[in-house]
Design a protein around this ligand. Sequence first.
Ligand code: ADP
Ligand code: ASP
Ligand code: MG
Length: 425
Amino acid sequence: MALIVHKYGGTSMGSPERIKSVAKRVAKWARAGHQMVVVPSAMSGETNRLLALAKEVSPASIDAAAMRELDMIASTGEQVSVGLLALALQAEGMPAVSYTGWQVPVKTDSSYTKARIESIDDGRVRAELAQGKVVIITGFQGIDEEGSITTLGRGGSDTSAVAVAAALKADECLIYTDVDGVYTTDPRVVPEAKRLHTVSFEEMLEMASLGSKVLQIRSVEFAGKYRVPLRVLSSFTPWDIAIEEEAKSGTLITFEEDEKMEKAVVSGIAFNRDEAKFTVVGVPDRPGIAYQILGAVAEANIDVDVIVQNVSHEGRTDFSFTVHRNDFQRTQDLLKSKIAPATGATQIIGDQKICKISIVGIGMKSHVGVASTMFRTLSEEGINIQMITTSEIKTSVVIDEKYMELAVRALHRAFGLDAAEVAEG
Ligand code: ADP
Ligand code: ASP
Ligand code: MG
């Protein structure tokens, strides 16, 4: 008998019919003798609806007091889901009980809207499992030291599920979603994308951090830290498919590098439209200028991603960096009101119409010329590269948003990922 954690995303929980199908699938696993813990997301569209409601009453909810209330509101979607799923399981004749994050409790820090899980108490969950019940725990939410409800950031139910699996030392965590695994790139953008049977933890970490929203990055970090066996698979297969078949479907995240396995140079392409670029024009090129700009940005709790400083011209230079698009207005205000006067910058240029495209692959460690193939491919399509950043297993470029799909498709082809069979990472 194994202890298994299932996570179901918003589309998988999207209607009463879908919830009944989830209940049948979970009951099948429980009847096969497994102890089952299920972490569902809010029904699809629900979190967006709740946050839109909040925006209607308060368009600029950004201070700590307001963020606390946003979490109070956004967390309710998951509370509805766990109750519905418990009811559906009971209707299936399967004993089930639901818990919110605060009831478990799932303890987090107090960074509302992007809280981090600090600990999970497994006592109540284990007691319920011992009584033969399926335990259903809300995704996305927790509780801080003061007793306030927190949420873990968009897509955070993945992280809840993996963290619960780690706390319970589960045998496996299965992430059920609306695609049947992790693909070479988003299959909704590139129909030729191929499913990977396995993907290394390192590659998955990069892909998640670079925009492949199939797994929230923190869930991958947790899986790595606690070695949680993790698989991404579809909730849209027939619920009564044989467990043995289901258990080996989808994509397995692997932790050990298999020396014999041939490594694809590029395993996947990630992209995101979540960032905005700022250029601080005409700052004096002297020691400390980067700190003067980015120090102030960091102090305002704004995360910076890609950074580029141009060569200087007559003692002055331009300094560009990207931030999350949600932070656009705050960053612009800060640059104009404080940083420009302090540094003597002549102009602040903000651009929200950018995207970041990244090629990811463990094979890049031992191959040269990968980045140049990327640059050549983009130049052949007439796409201008605005910024570049690299690490051992990825190269990212920032380009004009309107070329995003064209660029992803061209790179997918150029790195041989359109081919019928792709080597596994
Ligand atoms: P859920 O609601 O189940 O959490 P998400 O919408 O958060 O689902 O994530 C699944 C989606 O991630 C897919 O529908 C797909 O469009 C997108 N996606 C982006 N990159 C990839 C990728 N490399 N492989 C698979 N899906 C991807
Ligand atoms: N419901 C939350 C969201 O939409 C969490 C999740 O689905 O993972 O972001
Ligand atoms: Mg998700």
